[in-house]
Design a protein around this ligand. Structure first.
Ligand code: G6P
Length: 466
């Protein structure tokens, strides 16, 4: 851990770059995560005074703290399990995630009751723990980059403790427009906006999300005040992906996948529609399956000639609404297989065990990638597939994904609610002439890698220092 008040650049996020598990023999096992922040921050590194402040997430992390195990450049906060559960599951993933992705519909519409208020107090406690740790660790006039909807109150709290700091906040999600944001209780909506406006600068993945935030401030508070708002699209990490996608474990998984996908009656490999998501409502996996089903129902020419490879990796399974959604995904996939499958053709191959090498294998051999979220801050799958595709891959992309702003010219756009249109888009994607498909993939890859994670990170830092 860096010594008190020494760090020049600090990042704060719920999930840190490493988490620990206690193995059966009692030893601690560190698991390192990937993603834009990890590669972005690596451009600076702990030697240059960078520090990542994150939360303990589970018992393994708490045990690591007890044993004094840590990583250079990482400061894990000892957040009590009950506080974390209320803040992370109760507020961040049940309420704020749903607001920004506009996921409420009648069955899961929120009721803001006394339990919600108690969870909100935990959310504030959780945010305060971050603000205090950052205040203690940051060098004079250091730059602090706070991440995401888990930590919306940190900028304001930190500003009160350390007016000398340059404080940035970055949202990896969409931001809800005012007419949806104000589903939240008035005082809490105001607290969130005030908290965010404690920052010098707020970053968003697209202009659309930045404008929605500004509109919320204009509608519900006195406007942005002195806080600046900027847009930083996050691109795919081309060098990392291309290297990782050509490791032997990925080749092994390609062989296994090809065997699972099998061959069409004419002996050629079946055409393959791939999707890879965390299983979570905004990803719209169920409507994607319904669209595929509609394709099979209405275009018998695809029977036995296409396979839908769907990787739906369980996420946030402590929450019933996410568990139920996972069950629904399985149920719909099984139904399609029961109704359309034959002894030699499985129309949907569903895998739920997270396996990055297998995801890359699927990216490499996909004919079509289906990325159809209801709303998505960016969606990196849409950007990663074109980068590693072997023979070109047609991209069916929701116009509600942040990535759509950069990829609209060469993707096939869909309204994520419209399963008939999505089925037509799948057909168009499957029948795209190979030459055009390859050309589009090349242009998609160029657009997708225009802002690599290091650039995304350093641009924010430079803007904050201006
Ligand atoms: C989104 C959020 C991230 C979060 C990720 C995974 O991308 O913007 O902050 O880390 O989902 O969700 P989880 O709840 O597993 O951290």
């Amino acid at each position: 851990m860096a010594s008190t008040q020494a760090a020049q650049v600090l990042v704060a996020s719920n999930r840190g770059p490493v988490s620990y598990q206690v193995d059966e023999d009692g030893s601690l096992h560190a698991r390192r995560g990937g993603g834009g922040l990890v590669s972005g921050l690596s451009a600076i590194g702990p030697d240059a005074g960078a520090l990542w402040v994150c939360s303990t997430l589970g018992d393994g992390d708490r045990e690591a703290l007890r044993r004094g195990v840590s990583e250079p450049g990482v400061h894990m906060l000892d957040i009590p399990a009950s506080v974390h559960t209320a803040a992370y599951n109760g507020i961040a993933n049940s309420v704020l995630w749903f607001v920004h992705h506009m996921l409420y519909e009648t069955p899961v519409a929120p009721t803001f009751d006394a339990e919600f208020r108690a969870q909100w107090d935990s959310y504030a406690t959780y945010n305060r723990a971050f603000a205090e740790a950052l205040a203690e660790q940051a060098a004079p006039e250091a730059s602090v980059l706070v991440q995401d909807y888990h930590l919306t109150l940190v900028p304001g709290m930190l500003r009160a403790l350390r007016p000398d700091l340059r404080i940035g906040h970055f949202s990896h999600t969409p931001w809800a427009p005012p007419e949806y944001f104000r589903v939240l209780p008035d005082d809490i909506a105001a607290e969130i906006l005030d908290g965010m406006l404690g920052a010098d600068r707020l970053g968003f993945l697209t202009r659309r999300w930045a404008d929605a935030f500004t509109a919320c401030c204009e509608a519900l508070t006195d406007g942005l005040g002195a806080t600046r708002v900027g847009v930083h699209g996050l691109g795919a990490d081309a060098d990392f992906l291309r290297d990782r996608a050509h490791q032997p474990d990925v080749a092994d998984r390609m062989d296994a996948l090809r065997a699972e996908i099998g061959t069409a009656p004419d002996g050629s490999p079946r055409r393959t529609i791939v999707r890879v998501d965390r299983t979570e409502l905004s990803k719209n996996i169920v409507r994607g399956l319904h669209a595929y089903r509609h394709l099979l129902d209405t275009r018998p020419e695809w029977h036995d000639r296409v396979t839908h490879v769907a990787f739906a990796y369980p996420s946030r399974q402590d929450l019933a609404v996410y568990r139920d959604y996972t069950a629904e995904v399985r149920r719909v996939a099984e139904q399609i297989n029961a109704d359309h499958g034959t002894p030699t053709w499985t129309p949907v191959i569903l895998h739920v065990k997270d396996d990055f090498a297998r995801s890359l294998a699927a990216y490499r051999l996909a004919d079509v990638a289906l990325v159809n979220p209801i709303r998505d801050g960016m969606n990196l799958v849409a950007k990663e597939v074109p980068v590693v595709s072997d023979d070109g891959c047609a991209l069916v992309l929701s116009r509600e994904a942040g990535a759509y702003e950069e990829l609209s010219e060469d993707a096939i756009a869909v309204n994520p609610y419209d399963v008939v249109q999505t089925a037509d888009a799948l057909h168009a994607a499957l029948t795209l002439p190979p030459g055009e498909r390859a050309e589009r993939t090349k242009r998609l890859a160029a657009a997708a890698t225009a802002l690599p994670p290091t650039r995304w990170f350093l641009d924010q830092l430079n803007e904050l220092k201006r």
